[in-house]
Design a binder for this molecule. Structure first.
Ligand code: GAR
Length: 191
């Protein structure tokens, strides 16, 4: 008998290319996780439409008008109803509250487009170029109450080339993200 797979809920706010990488990796029989739900704070997110087309369960709600506590309570209910065990943030551009982190302590991971602890927060690529760095990259980390501050589970380095703009660098880092995230998530759910 094969071991049961860990049920993962993916949270996104936009394009969803990292979610697609996670879903495609999950199709491999040996992958230790399965995607039980794709959820979003943006009902119009392109990533949600892609997941729906693939027959994956989706959920979305805008926090606008109802406030963050009510939004997160509904999100939490949807995740529990889908029997989610691990949450993977994939371009989820909303800060999770301390109480949400507490409810899922040690079971939320995120991909961030920098070599943490460098460049927490936004505009990571422009900041790396402006600093004169020769190497950029991405990190998968455990989510804690501290922004982009939890245990780093894995990183991939990407060279910064002469003439790079934030956009060209972001595109190169994104390719590395798509390779890194499925590998690290698989290791994380198996540990
Ligand atoms: C990715 O580059 C991801 O690392 C970044 O947003 C992009 C989402 O792209 N996340 C953050 O900046 C989180 N602070 P995607 O929707 O195509 O996966």
């Amino acid at each position: 008998m094969t071991a049961p797979k860990t049920k993962v809920g993916i949270l996104l706010s936009g394009r969803g290319s990292n979610m697609i990488a996670l879903v495609e990796a999950a199709r491999e029989p040996a992958c230790p996780y399965e995607v039980a739900l794709v959820a979003s704070d943006k009902p119009e997110a392109p990533g949600l439409a892609w997941a729906t087309d693939q027959g994956i369960a989706t959920w979305s709600l805008s926090p606008k008008g109802i406030g963050k506590p009510a939004y997160e309570a509904a999100l939490n209910s949807a995740l529990r109803a889908a029997h989610v065990e691990t949450i993977a943030l994939a371009g989820y551009m909303r800060l999770v509250s301390d109480s949400f982190v507490g409810a899922w302590r040690g079971r939320i991971v995120n991909i961030h487009p920098s070599l943490l602890p460098k460049y927490k927060g936004l505009d990571t690529h422009a900041r790396a170029i402006d600093a004169g760095d020769s190497v950029a990259g991405c990190s998968v980390h455990v989510v804690t109450e501290e922004l982009d501050g939890g245990e780093v589970l894995g990183q991939a380095e990407v060279p910064i080339l002469g003439g790079d703009t934030a956009d060209t660098l972001a595109a190169r880092v994104l390719e590395a993200e798509h390779r890194l995230y499925p590998k690290i998530l698989a290791e994380f759910v198996a540990r």
